[in-house]
Design a protein around this ligand. Structure first.
Ligand code: ADP
Length: 453
C-alpha cells in the first residue's frame, strides 16, 4: 500500500519538474531570440555609422569607429580592399567566398535576414556610391561568439534549475512531512483505541487549525456520543432488569407461599390479588418498554387530532381516581382545537401527565388549560401536589429517574412516564417545560410555536 505521503511527494515532484522545465525552456528561448536581435541590431548600427561617415567625409578610418572585437568589417573601394578588421588575406578569402555565394545564391545559406554564413562568420554587405567611387561595406560577426554565449547561458540556467529543483524538493518533503504528521498521530491513536477497546479514550487534540483539527474534534464528539449512548443502553438494561425483577420476585414469593398448602381461603384470595396486581405492573412495564423502543425507531406521522376531545377522553378515564381522592378539577379548554399530533400519542402524553398529577397530589386542585394564543397552541396541566425539588427538575425526563425514592416509592411507577412524554413531544416538534415548587405544586406546559390555527 502506497502512503499518502509518497503519493503527495511524487505528484509534487512531478509538478515542480514540469513547471521548472517549461519555465527554463521558454526563458532560454526568449532570451536567445532577444540576444540575437540585439546582436544584429548592433551590426546594423555599425553599418549605418560607417555608411554615414563615408558619405560625410568621403573617407574612413575604421580605427575611429567603435567596433566590437568580435565584429568583422571590411571596406572595398572600387573593387579593391580598402580597410579590414581582420588580416588582409583572411579578409580577401572571406570576401571572395561571400561574393561567390551571393552569385550562386542558395536558400539554405540564407540563415539570417540578409546575412550569409562564410568561414564561420555571418556576413552582410552594402554597396554605396560616394562621389563616383563605389564602396562595398562588409559587416559580420564570428558565429561561435553567438553560440558560445548562448551555451554559457544554457549551462548557467541548467545549474540554476537543478539547484532550485533540489531546494524545492527538500522544502516540499519537509512541508509534506509536517502536514501529514497529524494524520499519522490520529491513525496511531485510533489503532491504540481499537486494541484497548476503551470507549472512554479520545484522540489527542491537534492544534493545527485545519481539517485535521476539525477531524479530531468531530471524531471525539462522535466518540462521546457513542459512549453516552452505550452507557444509556447499559443503564437502561440494568434498570429494566431491576424493575422487572421486583414484581417477579413478589409473584414468586406468593406462589411459594401457596405451594406450602396451609393457606386459608381468604389468604389464597389475597395471594391471587397480589399476583394479579404484580402481573399487571409487569404488563405496564413491558408496555412502556415496547412503546419507548417503538418511539426510538419510528418516525411519527403528522396526523391531525382534536386536543379538546382527547383531553376529555383522558379525564373520563381518570375520573374515578380524581373522585376517589376528592380532587377539584378546573378546566379552561377552548373548543375545536385541531392540532398536528397523532391522537393515539396525544392520549398517552395527556394521560401520563394527568395520572402523575393525580398520583402526586393529595388534596387541592388539578387544572387543565388548552388554548390558542396568537397562533400558538398550548396546553398545561397544573396541580397543587408535592412538587419537585429544583435539583431534580432537569432530570425527571430521564428514563427511570424518580425523585427521592422514599417519597415516590409509596406511589406506583418506574420513572418512564415523563421520558415517554418528552420523546413523543419531540417527535411531533412540541416542547415540554415544567415549573414546580416543593409542597406547592407543579405545572407541565406543552406548546408548539408557529402552529397555525
Ligand atoms: P413515575 O413512574 O415515577 O411517575 P415519571 O417519569 O412519570 O415516573 O415521573 C418521574 C418523576 O417525576 C416521578 O417519580 C416524580 O418524582 C416526579 N413527578 C412527575 N410528575 C410529578 C407531579 N405532577 N408532581 C410531583 N412530582 C412529579
Amino acid at each position: 500500500m502506497k502512503s499518502v505521503k509518497s503519493k503527495l511527494f511524487i505528484s509534487y515532484s512531478l509538478t515542480i519538474f514540469i513547471v521548472l522545465f517549461l519555465l527554463s525552456s521558454s526563458g532560454i528561448y526568449f532570451f536567445s531570440k532577444n540576444y540575437e536581435a540585439k546582436t544584429f541590431n548592433q551590426l546594423e548600427t555599425t553599418l549605418s555609422l560607417i555608411e554615414k561617415t563615408l558619405i560625410v567625409n568621403q573617407k574612413i578610418d575604421l580605427g575611429n569607429i567603435p567596433i566590437n572585437n568580435n565584429i568583422f568589417v571590411s571596406i572595398v573601394k572600387n573593387k579593391k580592399l580598402l580597410q579590414t578588421t581582420l588580416s588582409i588575406n583572411k579578409s580577401k578569402d572571406i570576401l571572395s567566398k561571400y561574393d561567390y555565394k551571393i552569385n550562386n545564391f542558395d536558400e539554405e545559406d540564407h540563415e539570417y535576414d540578409g546575412y550569409l554564413e562564410v568561414n564561420d562568420y555571418i556576413i552582410k554587405f552594402k554597396s554605396i556610391i560616394v562621389k563616383n567611387d563605389e564602396y562595398q561595406i562588409y559587416i559580420g560577426i564570428y558565429e561561435f561568439i553567438l553560440d558560445e554565449f548562448l551555451d554559457d547561458i544554457y549551462l548557467f540556467v541548467s545549474i540554476l534549475i537543478i539547484i532550485l529543483f533540489i531546494i524545492l524538493i527538500v522544502l516540499g518533503y519537509v512541508l509534506i512531512n509536517k502536514t501529514i504528521r497529524p494524520l499519522k498521530s490520529i491513525l496511531e491513536d485510533v489503532s491504540t483505541m481499537k486494541n484497548k477497546k476503551d470507549l472512554a479514550s479520545r484522540l489527542l487534540p491537534q492544534n493545527t487549525n485545519d481539517e485535521f483539527e476539525e477531524l479530531t474534534t468531530t471524531f471525539n464528539e462522535m466518540l462521546k456520543w457513542i459512549e453516552n449512548n452505550v452507557n444509556n443502553i447499559k443503564q437502561f438494561s440494568s434498570d429494566a432488569s431491576h424493575e422487572l425483577r421486583t414484581p417477579l420476585t413478589i409473584i414468586q414469593g406468593e406462589i411459594e407461599l401457596y405451594k406450602k398448602g396451609n393457606l386459608s381461603k381468604e389468604e389464597i384470595h389475597e395471594t391471587l390479588i397480589t399476583i394479579d396486581s404484580e402481573q399487571k405492573k409487569l404488563q405496564n412495564i413491558i408496555q412502556d418498554f415496547l412503546l419507548l423502543s417503538k418511539l426510538d425507531k419510528e418516525t411519527l406521522s403528522d396526523e391531525k387530532s382534536l386536543l379538546d376531545k382527547v383531553i376529555f377522553d383522558v379525564i373520563e378515564l381518570n375520573l374515578a381516581k380524581i373522585e376517589e381522592k376528592n380532587l377539584e378539577l378546573e378546566l379552561e379548554i377552548d373548543e375545536d382545537l385541531e392540532i398536528s399530533f397523532s391522537e393515539k400519542y396525544l392520549f398517552i402524553v395527556i394521560n401520563n401527565l394527568l395520572s402523575n398529577s393525580i398520583k402526586y397530589t393529595q388534596n387541592g386542585t388539578i387544572k387543565i388549560e388548552a388554548k390558542i394564543k396568537e397562533n400558538d397552541i398550548y396546553f398545561l396541566i397544573k396541580d397543587t401536589g408535592i412538587g419537585i425539588p429544583k435539583k431534580d427538575l432537569s432530570r425527571i425526563f430521564e428514563r427511570f429517574y424518580r425523585v427521592d425514592e422514599v417519597r415516590t416509592n409509596s406511589q406506583e411507577g418506574i420513572g418512564l412516564g415523563l421520558a415517554i412524554v418528552k420523546k413523543i413531544c419531540e417527535s411531533f416538534n412540541y416542547t415540554i417545560n415544567v415549573d414546580s415548587q416543593v409542597n406547592k405544586g407543579s405545572t407541565f406546559i406543552i406548546r408548539r410555536p408557529d402552529t397555525k390555527s
